[in-house]
Design a protein around this ligand. Structure first.
Ligand code: C6P
Length: 428
């Protein structure tokens, strides 16, 4: 049974006291960080793009490929059965990670993008019609925007957007007004990949449900960083990527309530998602396999299960506390040490995840990233797949530092030193 309530988490903590979270110790689990880049210790500050992977995840993948690489749900032979058992164990682990009531409500996908597309193609094409509204927000990643644009263009539906304040907080007063349109769906990000804003999912879900809408949450930037309990959040769909939560590239998942998944038509079709096939018609498999057509990414999903277990062992409350402390440090030290730096997003660390977007006056963010790279510091620069948000904030682009469990204050100090070098190189 999944650990659900606060009290049962405490009970387990008493039985097996967990060592205090120590980023220096955690860091040793990530072999890639132990190297020099361009003659400097490697400082990875692009975890919002993709996280690094701990040795246990790398080992689990190697173990699969070395000992029991086989297709799943097919082979009546030993390693085929081992692969199937490990794949389904991974599903159970990922389900436990977000406190899904039933692991069969977890559909493995390649990433959050595919999970959202699954909903827009399957649920969306059956449920959205002429004049139906979908409410999104101005801060969405393109992955939670473009699929809905395509859907409403095809169905003659309508998109509405919850605006943001200048410091990147959703305007819930306007959301309330938009709900009078009786939208069929409200879809929004749990944590903004660009501003770091943590949105009030539960409150927004209650508002949406009261207006008769279903709720899809894009959890790509939340699953790696904050404790997720889909039952507590109350949402209907939760999409997330494995590769941002220490798992292999090409892993991700969609969680949805059983009755929704059961009522939805298949997304992709072919082998594995069927029960019976005749020349002119087919019966489909049960959930979740109905949505997993073809050979799945077995090794990647097994790695995702191990990553989920690794994060649960660290304790997601401790992970969140660590990243909040880093954000607090960054928001304090960057404006003090780097003259003229502009920071974006909520300045209250309790409202934001481990993402710090910034600009230096008179230096393009691409140049900032390029010079930082000379000092071994990796940050992302550009629009971070949130072009409408950058337009709203009247910004062409930003540079962005983002954290994960292995990030340290030392990384932020290296960023500060690097930014001083950028200002020296550009003489600004
Ligand atoms: N954001 C970033 O650097 P995929 O690519 O499917 O794993 O994740 C898509 C996605 C969806 N929603 C949010 C909030 C995201 O941040 C992302 C991925 C990366 O910010 C790559 S563009």
């Amino acid at each position: 049974m999944a650990i659900t309530s606060e009290s049962s988490v405490d009970a387990v903590a008493v039985a097996h006291p967990r060592p205090a979270f120590d980023p220096a110790v955690v860091r040793r689990d990530f072999p890639i960080l132990d190297q020099e880049i361009n003659g400097h210790p490697f400082v990875y500050l692009d975890s919002a793009s993709s996280s690094q992977k701990p040795q246990v995840v790398i080992d689990a993948m190697a173990d699969y490929y070395c000992r029991y690489n086989a297709n799943v749900h097919r082979g009546i032979y030993t390693i085929g059965e081992q692969a199937t058992a490990a794949y389904e164990q991974a599903r159970a682990r990922v389900g436990r990670f977000i406190n899904a009531p039933d692991s069969h409500e977890i559909v493995f996908t390649r990433n959050a993008t595919e999970a959202i597309n699954l909903v827009s193609y399957s649920w969306g094409r059956r449920n959205i019609g002429r004049g139906d509204a979908i409410v999104l927000t101005e801060m969405e990643h393109h992955a939670n925007l473009v699929p809905w644009q395509i859907l409403v263009q095809e169905k003659d539906g309508d998109l509405e957007f919850i605006p943001i304040t200048d410091d990147g907080i959703l305007r819930l007063d306007v959301f309330e007004v938009l709900l009078r349109l009786r939208p069929k769906l409200v879809a929004f990000t749990h944590v903004s990949n660009t501003l770091g804003t943590i949105n009030p999912v539960r409150e927004m879900t209650e508002m949406a449900h009261a207006a008769g809408a279903l709720v899809l949450v894009d959890g790509a930037q939340a699953a790696p960083h904050v404790p997720i309990d889909v039952q507590e959040l109350g949402c209907d769909f939760y999409a997330f990527s494995g590769h941002k939560m220490l798992a292999p590239m090409g892993s991700g998942a969609l969680w949805a309530r059983r009755e929704l998944l059961e009522s939805m038509p298949p997304f992709l079709s072919g082998g594995e998602m069927i029960r019976e096939v005749h020349l002119r018609r087919s019966d489909f498999n049960e959930i979740p396999w109905k949505f997993e057509a073809g050979t799945p990414a077995v090794g990647d999903s097994i790695g995702m299960g191990v990553a989920a277990e690794y994060l649960m062992d660290l304790g997601m409350d401790a992970v969140r506390a660590h990243e909040r402390e880093l954000v607090e440090y960054a928001l304090d030290v960057l404006p003090r040490e780097v003259p003229g730096i502009a920071l974006y997003g909520p300045m209250d660390p309790s409202l934001r995840g481990g993402v710090v977007p910034f600009n230096l006056p008179d230096v393009h963010p691409h140049d900032v990233a390029q010079v930082l790279d000379r000092f071994g510091v990796a940050v992302r620069a550009g629009h971070h797949c949130t072009m409408p948000l950058h337009e709203r904030l009247d910004l062409a682009a930003t540079a962005r530092a983002s954290f994960n469990v292995y990030s340290t204050r030392g990384d932020i100090d290296a960023l500060v030193a690097g930014l001083k070098e950028v200002q020296r190189v550009f003489d600004v």
